[in-house]
Design a protein around this ligand. Structure first.
Ligand code: ZN
Length: 202
């Protein structure tokens, strides 16, 4: 393999390989500083109406063949971003309940940035920020000490804890299991959310 191209390129910030958390993951290829921009979350800008349509289609697909992944991000009141495209490496970043990265929205372009200093070889993760409404569809396997058990926006963790406690009390009754096998994430309103670089945090 020729090394000439590698020599001229800046050291890449990340690399993609198998993850102990889930499927494929994204890892720091070198030490990263807090606040450093790592990768753009590329995608197609879509209306809320189109977003809803795609979300429902994915739900339907999940019901049929037990697998669907949602890469749709909530941008603002008008637009979402569907990152389900092959050139969007950032779609492979796993959710974490104790994330070392954050997604930031700069005028409807999304960037994954280091939320703290990250050492070379660490797996990158951010909180997908899913709505509480679909919590049962998204069990979390992040394995961090902070893990809430389900992929839900941090602001909604108190609600999640109450729901889990209620379920605990109702144990004995068969809890409805709506796990989607192999699904990394799905749900009609299961869009990811970003922090607003321009103040439009959703
Ligand atoms: Zn977790």
């Amino acid at each position: 393999m020729s090394r000439s191209k590698l020599k001229t390129a800046a050291a890449p910030a990340y690399e993609i390989r198998r993850s102990p958390i889930h499927g494929t993951g994204v890892f720091a290829a070198r030490d990263l500083r807090k606040g450093e921009r790592i990768v753009e979350y590329r995608g197609e800008l879509i209306s809320k109406e189109e977003s809803e349509r795609r979300g429902l289609a994915l739900m339907e697909k999940a019901r049929r063949d037990g697998g669907a992944s949602v890469y749709i991000f909530t941008l603002d009141d008008e637009w979402d971003l569907d990152g389900d495209q092959p050139d969007n490496d950032a779609r492979l970043i796993n959710h974490s309940c104790d994330p070392n990265c954050e997604a930031w929205n700069y005028d409807n372009r999304l960037f994954i940035e280091a939320a703290r200093d990250i050492r070379k070889g660490e797996e990158l993760g951010f909180n997908y920020g899913f709505s509480f409404d679909t919590w049962e569809d998204h069990p979390c396997r992040c394995g961090t000490a902070q893990c809430a058990g389900y992929i839900v926006a941090r602001e909604e963790w108190p609600k999640l804890r109450r729901a889990l406690a209620a379920r605990e009390r109702a144990a004995g009754k068969k809890a409805a299991s709506r796990k989607i096998a192999g699904g990394r994430a799905s749900g009609p309103s299961g869009g990811r959310s970003a922090r607003g670089g321009s103040g439009s945090r959703s």
